[in-house]
Design a protein around this ligand. Sequence first.
Ligand code: CA
Ligand code: CA
Length: 145
Amino acid sequence: MSQVEDFLTAKQEKEIVLAIREAERNTSGEIRVHIESSTQISHYKRAIEVFRMLKMYNTLQRNAVLIYIAVNDHKFVIYGDKAINKIVPNNFWDATKNIIQDYFKKGEFKQGIVEGILKVGKELKTHFPWTVDDIDELSNEISKT
Ligand code: CA
Ligand code: CA
């Protein structure tokens, strides 16, 4: 049985996709969630690899954020493209990580991901506001390996 498939129910996955859509309604930034069972390399390095694999560098403003989760390893990484890293407050990634972690500790995985997405969305909105010509550059669906 795959841990990745059991991590979230279909209904929870839908709620996550809705949260991404909600967050992206206010910003040109793009948010994606990727789930896999585990990795042999460091989770940070793997998150960058996945970021590349999902072609998340292909945004006009270089403002995509990946929430990467390795289910069996009980690890996750939030990785943002360069335009975001340049602009967000120093404590932003840690603050977001803490929000997600608090939910994950309680076993509330879906809620942790949703709250993380909304937090990222709020920050993106400040720096990369939504514009009428915005396009959905990256899929909102959860990806898995
Ligand atoms: Ca967009
Ligand atoms: Ca999107």
